[in-house]
Design a protein around this ligand. Structure first.
Ligand code: SF4
Ligand code: SF4
Ligand code: SF4
Length: 262
């Protein structure tokens, strides 16, 4: 990885589902919590919203003849290729050297192309503000030498923040299974990285981490529609230029016939 790249590692073996990270995210970013009422699941709210940029997801799986409870921190993965940023037509999404992928609120025009491009289903549209929102990697904290708020709040050491190669390398050396350091050509690597020893071989399946995340519509857009669009733009300009040349020649001819000066 490039020098200066940071990572937040999520050691799912240590998480106790306390949701201190979820609360810290709201507090630091001053995003209002919503009243959700009764929920059939412990995941609350049940999904991300324009003002809830991360949630803890709760899930039960069969384990050794019994049931195991899994907790997964869910937020923007901060992809190195950042398909959301590539899809944004006005350059409202910045990719920082740390790896943080950040939506510049004042530039966002609410077109929602980023939502279509994201293979992890992360950005959320706020119809009142006509803007899209998501986790910022706490770029405002890390630029000032602080850890992201969720990391600082985590009481179990599940979340760690640091130099990408150093931290991910440490987990690999210790024999952990890792998700995120080399996902695929669509997202590149992610700056949230999940690790486990307990669930080795089951990390992707149990924690809903897709092996090959991509959005075919966007790939089609990038590989077919856009080049076609450029081709059509070129043809249109060529047609306009030809039209102008013919129009000009005709005008000159008409003026000649009338004996006017050209
Ligand atoms: S997870 Fe989605 S929103 Fe976050 S950087 Fe990747 S493509 Fe963009
Ligand atoms: S990095 Fe910051 S914005 Fe992202 S989930 Fe953690 S606290 Fe929230
Ligand atoms: S604060 Fe840490 S232990 Fe608590 S839910 Fe979040 S990641 Fe898990």
């Amino acid at each position: 990885m490039a020098v200066g790249e940071k990572v937040i590692t999520v050691n799912v073996d240590k998480c106790i589902g306390c949701r201190a990270c979820q609360v810290a995210c709201h507090v630091w970013n001053n995003t209002p919590a919503i009243l959700t009422g009764f929920s059939p699941s412990f995941t609350n709210p049940e999904d991300l919203t324009p003002h809830t940029w991360m949630i803890m997801k709760f899930k039960e799986v069969e384990d050794k003849g019994g049931v195991a409870w899994l907790f997964k921190k869910h937020q923007c993965m901060h992809c190195s290729n950042a398909p959301c940023a590539q899809a944004c037509p006005v350059g409202a999404i910045e990719v920082h050297p740390s790896g943080a992928v950040v939506i510049r609120e004042e530039k966002c025009i609410g077109c929602r192309y980023c939502i279509e491009a994201c293979p992890y289903d992360i950005p959320r549209f706020d119809p009142i503000k006509n803007k899209v929102y998501k986790c910022t990697f706490c770029v405002d904290r890390i630029q000032n030498g602080l850890e992201p708020a969720c990391v600082a709040a985590c009481p179990t050491g599940t979340l760690q923040f640091g130099d990408y190669d150093e931290l991910v390398g440490k987990y690999k050396k210790e024999g952990y299974e890792v998700y995120g350091d080399n996902v695929n050509d669509y997202v590149g690597h992610t700056h949230y990285v999940y690790v486990t020893k307990r669930w080795k071989g089951k990390l992707k399946e149990y924690f809903d981490l897709p092996a090959d995340p991509r959005r075919p519509v966007i790939e089609f857009n990038k590989n077919v529609v856009r080049p076609l669009g450029w081709g059509l733009t070129g043809l249109t300009l060529a047609a306009l230029a030809a039209h102008f040349v013919f129009w000009r020649a005709k005008r000159v001819e008409e003026k000649k016939e009338k004996g006017e000066k050209q």
